[in-house]
Ligand binder design. Structure first.
Ligand code: FAD
Length: 365
């Protein structure tokens, strides 16, 4: 379908039955990559995203020419879908900066150089941040077919979506491209079986309980001291720290080690304690970041539910449970990285989930 045809279809009034059109609910990487595949295949779609931005767990903040990832930062060799997509979108890849010594902070606050920390050396970053993937994918879609700030409240077995604002649309097929636990909170008519509901609720959302902090400096001064920017800490509040510099200036990012329940309402205290920790580790020049960005994913209601607050002790064995295989005549498919048959949890898994959803739409499998 050409751009004009797609736009005309996507501009149609609410309340219509959009025959032949697929609704994609969720504009994270799974939903966007699925939309892209359907668009290329000439299949009409409409994508509805609840937030006022696309990307879901991908969130990149820009400051001038610099970019900082508050969600995923890395992909890895051996992830072919990510490598192919990044190349197709004309984006550049560069290795995670890892030259120099690593630091380890004991529970008492002693800082030890080059001690017991597995660096993310070999991980790959995208110039412009992971948000550049979102931006370039979105640019390749007919704009009228992608709507942000359109949270879906309920979905019926015959393909009717009801939005938070009360609008309704009917679709031939609906892909719920969101974490299973978030999908479980939708209203279903008729109700989904208790086994489907409990299966959805039992699948943890990868990284949903985490929080990430980025401190931005005028230079990557730790490199002058022979430090890579990698650190791990038993004391915290940051448990794991890495260089997050863009092409200019310098930045460090850390994952909070403080449990989600202890972070609630503590944003300013968490930021102050994190900067104090960066000073303990990297010296006085860390005391005055130009900017600090902090995202606590555990309080994002379109990512995390209460059961995601407990830290995961291992990477779950993700995949599509038998209870979530859609019946032959089903109009609804659950899809997200957590349901991918490969690399579940990762960005690569989101692309695998999008491929699997595209096969369901286009080939009926
Ligand atoms: C802090 C953090 C660090 C990470 N680091 C890495 C990393 O380095 N490498 C890596 O490979 N992976 C990493 N991940 C995981 C990666 O972000 C995910 O695998 C990927 O982004 C999942 O994409 P998705 O589209 O399946 O889900 P999501 O990104 O969660 O997208 C779901 C979308 O659905 C929307 N939505 C939900 N409910 C509704 C509704 N009712 N109506 C409309 N829209 C709705 C949401 O707003 C969201 O946009 C990280 C995640 C986090 C949080």
């Amino acid at each position: 379908m050409d751009e004009d045809g797609a736009s005309a279809l996507c501009s149609s009034a609410v309340g219509l039955t959009l025959t032949g059109t697929v609704a994609i609910v969720g504009g994270g990487l799974t939903g966007l990559a699925l939309a892209h595949r359907l668009h290329v295949a000439g299949r009409a779609f409409r994508l509805f995203e609840g937030r006022d931005r696309l990307g879901g767990r991908i969130k990149t903040t820009r400051v001038g020419e610099q970019w900082f990832d508050l969600g995923p930062s890395w992909f890895w060799p051996g992830q072919p879908r990510m490598a192919a997509l990044i190349q197709q979108l004309g984006l550049e890849v560069f290795p995670q900066f890892a030259d120099g010594a690593q630091l380890y902070e004991t529970v008492q606050g002693a800082v030890i150089r080059d001690h017991g920390f597995a660096s993310m050396q070999g991980s790959l970053r995208v110039r412009g941040g992971m948000g550049a993937i979102v931006q370039r994918l979105a640019e390749r879609l007919p704009q009228a077919c992608v709507e942000t700030a359109h949270a879906v409240r309920s979905v019926s077995g015959d393909g009717v979506l009801v939005f938070a604002n009360g609008d309704q649309h009917s679709f031939d097929q609906v892909v719920l491209a969101m974490p299973p636990r978030i999908a479980a909170a939708l209203e279903f008519t008729p109700e989904v079986s208790t086994s489907v509901l409990s299966t959805l609720q039992d699948i943890p959302t990868w990284m949903a309980g985490h929080a990430k902090l980025v401190a931005v400096y005028d230079t990557a001064f730790w490199r002058d001291d022979g430090l890579s920017g990698d650190a791990s800490s038993q004391r915290g509040p940051l448990a794991e720290i890495h260089d997050a510099s863009a092409d200019t200036g310098g930045a460090l990012f850390g994952f909070l080690g403080v449990p989600a329940s202890a972070r609630v309402g503590q944003r300013e205290a968490v930021i102050a304690a994190s900067v104090a920790q960066l000073v303990r580790l990297f010296g006085p020049r860390a005391a005055s970041p130009e900017e600090v960005f902090y995202t606590d994913w555990s309080v994002e209601t379109l990512t995390a539910v209460s059961t995601d607050q407990a830290p995961l002790t291992h990477h779950p064995a993700y995949g599509r449970p038998a209870t979530l295989v859609p019946a032959h005549d089903s109009r609804i498919l659950f899809a997200s990285t957590e349901l991918a048959s490969e690399m579940g949890g990762y960005l690569e898994g989101a692309l695998a989930a999008a491929d699997e959803a595209a096969d369901w739409v286009l080939k009926g499998s």
